[in-house]
Structure formats: C-alpha cells, structure tokens
Design a protein. Structure first.
Length: 175
C-alpha cells in the first residue's frame, strides 16, 4: 500500500509546485495571469496584487497609508500581535476593503458594512450587533467584536494610537 502513499505525496508536491508558480507570477506585471488572459490565474493574481496593495506607494491620507502598509504618516510601523512589519489591513481584507476568503472568512471593512443596522452573522457562526467607532477600536486593539466574541487569532491585534484609529475609520468611511 506504500505505493499509494508515494502517489499521494507526489500529487501534493505537484499541487505545491503549481501554487508556487501562481504565487510567483502573481507579482510579475508582464505575466499572462495579470492581463486576464487566463481565467483562474487572474483570480490568484488579483488576490496577490490585493495582498501587496498593488505596491501602492502614494497615499492621500494617514488612514489610507495605514490600511495599505501598517505604517503611519510619521513613519511608525504599527505593532501587531503577529509581529508583522509593514503589513496593513489590505493584505487580508483586500485592497478594496471588501473582504476576502483566505483560510477563513475575512470580512469587509467598509464602514457601511461594519455599521449595518442588522449587525453581522458571519459564515463561521459568529454574530454581533453593528460596530460603533468605539467598538471598532476595541476590535482592532483587543480582537473582541461588539458582542464580546473573541476573533479568530488570524486577525492580529494592533497597538494603534487613537489618532491613527480615527484616521483609519475616516478612510474606511470612503469604502
Ligand atoms: C493576517 C490577516 C489580517 C490582517 C492583516 C488584518 N485582519 Fe482584520 N480580520 C482578519 C480575520 C481572519 C478576521 C475574521 C476573524 C473572525 O471571524 O473571528 C478579521 C476580522 C476583522 C474585524 C471584525 C469584522 C467583523 O465584522 O466582525 C475587524 C473590525 C478587522 N478585522 C479590522 C482590521 C483592521 C483595521 C486591520 C488593519 C489594521 C486588519 N483587520 C488586519 C484577518 C486580518
């Protein structure tokens, strides 16, 4: 039966190789995935570009800079529980802030969605009333949603100043 074990390992290696290639080409502006000639690659490329914030380097506000880079306009990298440097919210929540699916559901951060009067029932079963500015801040700082649920630890907690939080909220209100 060992034969099947090796077959299985072989298939896993092939999948890992293909995923690696897609990952690699996701960064390359000249590649066919990006120009949209290949359907599936387009999705992956789009996701990778979303994660890299399309290598955005110019920002019209402090909130936008934090959203994309995790660094504020003073050049301070915002500390987070994952010890990630220079990573903003866009890496997981998408460069358009509309949410993504990674290992789990990553919700939209558009202010309209966060403050939906109906609140949210997430695909994970987590439910909570609408966010307010103050409960949004607790969520980012401590990983607790407005119902007091602890968020999945994939969502880092952030040591962000109140001013930076206000600027970030201002930016999310444009989404
Ligand atoms: C490494 C990935 C990752 C990064 C980076 C990240 N988040 Fe999240 N975030 C998540 C995940 C995953 C969830 C869902 C957690 C859950 O459902 O328990 C989440 C949930 C949230 C929620 C709760 C939304 C809701 O409807 O309950 C808020 C608010 C939030 N993130 C804000 C932010 C902000 C602001 C930033 C940037 C400063 C950020 N996140 C960066 C992964 C991330």
């Amino acid at each position: 039966m060992n034969k099947y074990r090796y077959l299985f390992l072989g298939i896993l290696l092939v999948i890992a190789g293909v995923a690696g290639l897609i990952y690699y080409y996701g960064y390359c502006s000249a590649c066919p995935f990006r120009s949209g000639r290949m359907g599936m690659g387009q999705g992956m490329g789009g996701m990778m570009h979303g994660m890299m914030g399309d290598k955005k380097t110019e920002f019209s506000s402090n909130g936008e800079r934090i959203f994309f880079t995790g660094v504020n306009s003073k050049g301070e990298s915002i500390k987070n529980s994952h010890d990630m440097d220079g990573v903003g919210c866009s890496m997981c929540h998408g460069s358009d802030a509309q949410g993504t699916r990674m290992m789990t559901d990553v919700p939209s951060l558009s202010w309209k969605y966060l403050t939906d009067p109906e609140g949210h029932v997430h695909p994970t079963g987590r439910r909570h009333p609408p966010f307010t500015e103050s409960s949004f801040k607790s969520c980012v700082l401590a990983g607790i949603d407005p119902a007091g649920n602890e968020l999945n630890s994939m969502m880092p907690t952030w040591q962000m100043s109140n001013e930076d939080l206000d600027n970030l909220i201002e930016y999310l209100k444009t989404k």
